[in-house]
Design a protein around this ligand. Structure first.
Ligand SMILES: Cc1cc2nc3c(=O)[nH]c(=O)nc-3n(C[C@H](O)[C@H](O)[C@H](O)COP(=O)(O)O)c2cc1C
Length: 187
């Protein structure tokens, strides 16, 4: 199998319950971010915007998420505890944002697609460096409150969080429900 084929097939969602809790060098995180910046875009809009949370900043993020959850859904200790475990186990958490450009010829959808490509680049790079990573979305991530917290403007979007940590031993087994042949019309 070609090396790239292996990297693509073996990249996995590795959630924080499978992280050792060890810190990762910022230098490696920069490698992920640089890979993200090589994603293609229509019109070179480069709409991805990231905020990296590590160390003390993770505690601020946790507090913000707990407060927002309490405001929107009512305070819930079980959810707070789960969130704390996820954030504590992660070395870095990168918020994923989309900065809407001013070129009206580029639809928003294309900017969103480009951000997803940037995340895939980060994810493949994380995997090739032996790091575990996970894209988490959900209710709080998509709120205006979260968008403002990330200093994104009204036309921008908050698209979730990329959790990163050192994985414990084995990666989870990958699966796909249907083979590619069922999703392709070849004429
Ligand atoms: C845009 C996007 C959002 C995701 N959000 C979540 C999420 O909120 N919770 C979750 O458990 N997994 C989430 N995932 C991860 C998927 O569950 C995971 O990619 C899928 O199960 C396939 O596993 P694999 O990444 O190991 O191939 C998300 C993935 C993508 C691409």
């Amino acid at each position: 199998m070609y090396m790239l084929e292996q990297i693509i097939e073996n990249r996995r969602t590795v959630k924080p319950d499978r992280y050792t809790g060890e810190p990762i060098d910022d230098e490696l995180i920069w490698k992920l971010l640089k890979a993200a910046n090589w994603a293609p875009t229509h019109g070179l809009t480069e709409p991805w915007r990231f905020t990296v949370f590590s160390g003390e900043a993770k505690k601020e993020l946790l507090q913000f998420l707990n407060d927002l959850d309490a405001e929107l859904n009512g305070s819930n200790e079980v959810r707070n505890e789960k969130r704390k475990r996820m954030i504590d186990a992660s070395s870095h958490i990168i918020s994923i944002g989309m900065k809407r450009g001013t070129n009206e010829k580029i639809p928003e959808l294309e900017e969103l697609l480009a951000v997803a490509m940037a995340v895939q680049n980060m994810w493949l790079m994380a995997h090739s460096l032996g790091l575990g990573a996970y894209w988490s979305t959900g209710q709080l991530a998509f709120t205006d409150e979260m968008r403002r917290y990330l200093k994104l403007d009204v036309n921008d979007k908050s698209l979730g969080f990329f959790y990163i940590g050192k994985p414990i031993a084995d990666l989870p087994k990958g699966k796909r429900i249907t083979p590619i042949e069922e999703k392709v019309t070849w004429k």
